[in-house]
Design a protein around this ligand. Sequence first.
Ligand SMILES: O=C(O)C(=O)Cc1ccccc1
Length: 278
Amino acid sequence: MKRIAVQGIVGSFHEDAAQRYFNKKIEVVECKSFTSVCELVDTDKVDYAVMAIENSIAGSLLKNYQLIRDYHLRIIGEIYLHIQMNLMAVKGVKPSDITDIYSHPVALQQCVEYLEQYFPNANLHEGLDTAAAAKLMSDEQLPHAAAIGNLRSAELYKLNILETGIETNKKNYTRFLVLAKHGNPTEKANKASLCFEVGHFYGSLARVLNVFAENEINLAKIQSVPVIGKPNEYTIHVDIEWEKLENYDRALHQALKSVSSLAILGEYERSEIYMHDQ
Ligand SMILES: O=C(O)C(=O)Cc1ccccc1
């Protein structure tokens, strides 16, 4: 059985993403940080990792871009998860009892309107992941607290659901990358993640983007990531998609002339943005 590292515990959105990507035929290895997730892949303690790279509201996780590069990991796939948030607490807790609310910082941010409206005076506690917050309610049987997380965590940690769908934006999704130590060449690949640097002169980035356009390569995402220790210098990360492989090969060849230190972080099959039911 494949071993998959995720940040968080069973019941977290990361674990859900891993289960869905691998069709539940996996052993999940729970980690406390994204760094230890990458460390486990790098040292062959796990086969793969599943790591969030972007939230529709909170934006890109720049630190995770950096980790992928620092550990020289390969992106072998992606999965988008519809993120629905729920308020849950141990049996008997009523909304009027709640003085403290626990969750992951991104989850709290995604529910800010609901929290401001219904719990303006509650103390908000940021934890490592949503499932850990749910587990805390259950382990400590907290009578004045609630957790925010997915329905699976409520079921796993035997919590009552006080309110469902409390996220501000209903089209809320997170994109997770599937990472490995080595690439996994696949004929199904129709998307790639690249990073490169361009010089400080006019048109330098436009020239590379034009190469993609001229070869009918769709730019799915572009993100600049600061180069640590070099003010005003950025690594440009792009996700590109193609219909014809030869267009991609040609574009790559041409782009190499206009960039420095181009790295292919992975070539993989793109995933649709599914609005999964939880
Ligand atoms: O806390 C979790 O369950 C996670 O997996 C991190 C997270 C939090 C909020 C949205 C997506 C992922």
